[in-house]
Each structure stands twice: as structure tokens, then as C-alpha cells.
Design a protein around this ligand. Structure first.
Ligand SMILES: Cc1cc2nc3c(=O)[nH]c(=O)nc-3n(C[C@H](O)[C@H](O)[C@H](O)COP(=O)(O)O)c2cc1C
Length: 279
């Protein structure tokens, strides 16, 4: 089987054993760009090699190639290359040592400030300071992050998104001089991958995620045991709250363990302080 064999790629993406039936017939061939996407995984180990500036700028241009709501481009990307500043973020977050290894840390932010400025510049009152604009800016930033991930992969680099920047907004904001109206969505470590590739994390079956014409969750209960079984037991989330589990946790149990603990409940207050209207 070749690396780009469609069946291999689909089995890998959904964690299906060789003898398991395929959920759909793959196309006879998968183009290389799509094959790379189907085989993508995060990189949590980096070589000390720097990312050449022209390559970084090409990756950033890739990020900017993402679609953007109404072409408004309501996002900003802060590029951190100073190892000491990246290390400060890693030290705040703790437990994610690959952040310090990465020569580049990108902070993807929603940016409603630029739109306010554009209105002022053209003598118009900004009439969309609301939750929809917040959502549009967040979607723009997330899409730019996704495109940066794929641009980096295409260039032989590795990435890992970092939501934990939102645990430290009150420090990351000043560190990156984020003005009012600009808020972190996620960080992204970027660098040359080192060591073996990360495992390919299987996705939920399409029967659970993709719906024909109408939302239909009737297959969820039946599909879950096989999906849980397709993944090795994971480190239990929040053992200090839910108790330890030496044998590890299935995906669904771990999702419930995580989602039952309130995370970042101060974020709304910080966003409001920074001039974001979430009404
Ligand atoms: C918005 C976002 C934030 C994330 N934050 C973190 C993070 O803080 N730390 C981390 O190790 N991985 C983080 N990840 C990576 C996910 O854990 C990873 O994508 C998931 O486990 C699936 O693995 P894969 O990307 O290799 O398929 C984040 C991913 C996204 C999309």
C-alpha cells in the first residue's frame, strides 16, 4: 500500500482496523494536498533549527489566504520569535514544554478594533459592536490558524495550537501589547518537527458528525463504543477533581470529565474590560 493509498488514509483518519468495513468507498486516488490533510497531526517536539524568515512570511501569507467573513479580515497575528518571551508564555502555561522548543509562537487574535477605526476614518458610527462581530472575528482568526497549520505542513514544518493562552489573557495581553478590541483566540507553536511523528488521532465517524439534509443524532449512542475502542486509553482529565484512573480514560469519558469542569470562566469579564461587547 502506498503512502497516499486512499483506503489507508481513510482507515487512519477514522482509526479503523484493516479488517473493519470501510464506512464509505474512497475515491480511486487522493491528490497529494488532500492526502497530507488526511494524515495531518499536531507536532509537540521541535528541532532547534530556526524557521527562515522568508518561509515564515510565506506561511503567514498562507494563513492570510483563509476565507474571511465579508472580506473584513477581522483578525491579527502576533509573531513571537524572542525565545525569552516565548519561554515566559510556556512558564505561565506549564506542562507544555514544546512551546519553549518552538522557534516561533504565533498568537491568533480576533480584531474588532480595526473595523472601529475604519468606521471612524470614514466618518461612520460602528453599529455592529456585538456578539455577531465577536463571533465573526473569532471565526476569521480560527480559519487563519487552520490555514497556517496547513501552510506549515506543506512547507515541512509542524504546529500545535495552544488554547491555554486564554488561561493567561491578563498577562498575554500586556506581553503582546494587545489594545482594546483585540483578543487572543489561540496560540500556535511552529518549527521543524523532531523525533517520531505524533500519533494520528482518529476522528469521530462521519455518521456522528456529518448529517444528510437534517441534524440526526440517532446513531451517536451506537457509534460511540467503537470510536472509544479505536483509541488507546488517554490520560484522565482533572484527576484531582474526578479521581485518578490508572487504566486511563476512553475519549467520551474524558470529554465528559473535561466539560463538567468550568474552564476560563473569567474570560467574559476580561473581554468586557478590553472593550468587547458581547451583547
Ligand atoms: C483551538 C485549539 C486549541 C488547542 N489547544 C491545545 C493546547 O493548548 N495544548 C495542546 O497540547 N493541544 C492543543 N490543541 C491541539 C489538540 O489537542 C489536537 O488538535 C487534538 O488532540 C487532535 O490531534 P491532532 O491535531 O493531531 O489530530 C488545540 C487545538 C485547537 C484546534
Amino acid at each position: 500500500m502506498s503512502e497516499n493509498d486512499p483506503e489507508r488514509l481513510i482507515r487512519g483518519r477514522y482509526g479503523l482496523a484493516p479488517e473493519a468495513p470501510l464506512p464509505f468507498t474512497p475515491p480511486p486516488e487522493v491528490p497529494p494536498g488532500l492526502a497530507a490533510l488526511l494524515d495531518r497531526r499536531v507536532t509537540r517536539r521541535y528541532a532547534p533549527d530556526p524557521v527562515p524568515e522568508p518561509l515564515l512570511q510565506a506561511v503567514l501569507a498562507g494563513a492570510q489566504s483563509a476565507p474571511s467573513k465579508s472580506d473584513l479580515q477581522q483578525y491579527a497575528i502576533i509573531v513571537l520569535r524572542d525565545a525569552a518571551r516565548i519561554a515566559r508564555i510556556a512558564d505561565w502555561i506549564t506542562g507544555m514544554d514544546w512551546i519553549k522548543q518552538a522557534p516561533v509562537f504565533l498568537l491568533f487574535c480576533g480584531d474588532v478594533r480595526r473595523g472601529r477605526w475604519l468606521c471612524e476614518r470614514h466618518g461612520r458610527a460602528h453599529a455592529n459592536d456585538n456578539v455577531d462581530t465577536f463571533l465573526n472575528a473569532t471565526a476569521d482568526a480560527a480559519l487563519a490558524l487552520g490555514f497556517a497549520v496547513m501552510a506549515a505542513e506543506a512547507a515541512g514544518l509542524g504546529t500545535c495550537p495552544i488554547s491555554y493562552v486564554r488561561n493567561h489573557v491578563e498577562k498575554i495581553g500586556p506581553l503582546c501589547s494587545l489594545p482594546e478590541g483585540v483578543f487572543p483566540v489561540a496560540g500556535l507553536t511552529l518549527g521543524v518537527p523532531a523525533g517520531p511523528r505524533n500519533w494520528l488521532s482518529p476522528r469521530l465517524p462521519q455518521s456522528v458528525v456529518v448529517h444528510a439534509e437534517r441534524y440526526d443524532e440517532s446513531g451517536l449512542d451506537a457509534a460511540l463504543p467503537a470510536y472509544d475502542a479505536a483509541r488507546p486509553p488517554a490520560k484522565p482529565r482533572y484527576p484531582e477533581i474526578h479521581g485518578p484512573k490508572p487504566e486511563g480514560c476512553a475519549w467520551s469519558e474524558n470529554a465528559a470529565r473535561q466539560l463538567s469542569v468550568p474552564e476560563r470562566f473569567g474570560l467574559r469579564a476580561w473581554l468586557k474590560l478590553r472593550g468587547l461587547s458581547l451583547d
